[in-house]
Design a protein around this ligand. Sequence first.
Ligand code: HEC
Length: 153
Amino acid sequence: MLVVALWAIAATSAGAQTEDDERVRQGEGIFQQICATCHTIGGGVRVGPDLRGVTERREESWLKVHIQSPSIQRAQNDPIALANVEKFGMPMPDLGLTEQQVEAVIAYLGTGETAPVARPALYIPTLAIGVLAIVGLTLIGIVVGTKRVEVRP
Ligand code: HEC
């Protein structure tokens, strides 16, 4: 009986853990796709502030509104949002995330994981096209530039 109870507890907490983990990974994906253009986590200011420790310096309810729709805070003269705009020289745009996406990003920001630079994977297509162009041009150069030289005996 005890064993069954323990097993049940372990199974539920494991289930909850993977669910949380899924949310964090979803949040990481959203961060890399949308936020990393303007923000780092632990890599310094990019367009907007470094988001390292942001879940500690701001209230969760404030973060929710700010990430979903920062224009609402500006319209309400929220002092933190207005100070941010002044400091960074531009307002953060409304990104149109769903509430669930916003919660996932906040869960990711709360893990303390860092994201100092945008994923190199984002640059791979550009890099591949560059390399292909160079190889292609070289091949064309070789074909066009080859000159037959007859050597008479
Ligand atoms: C186009 C650039 C841009 C994008 C994309 C962007 N932000 Fe911002 N963000 C800013 C700027 C600029 C500020 C500072 C001005 C302000 O708060 O409006 C800011 C401020 C913030 C703040 C407040 C930080 C603090 O210390 O008060 C948080 C939190 C934030 N952004 C989270 C996010 C998240 C999460 C995403 C992705 C879903 C995101 N941002 C996408 C430009 C951007």
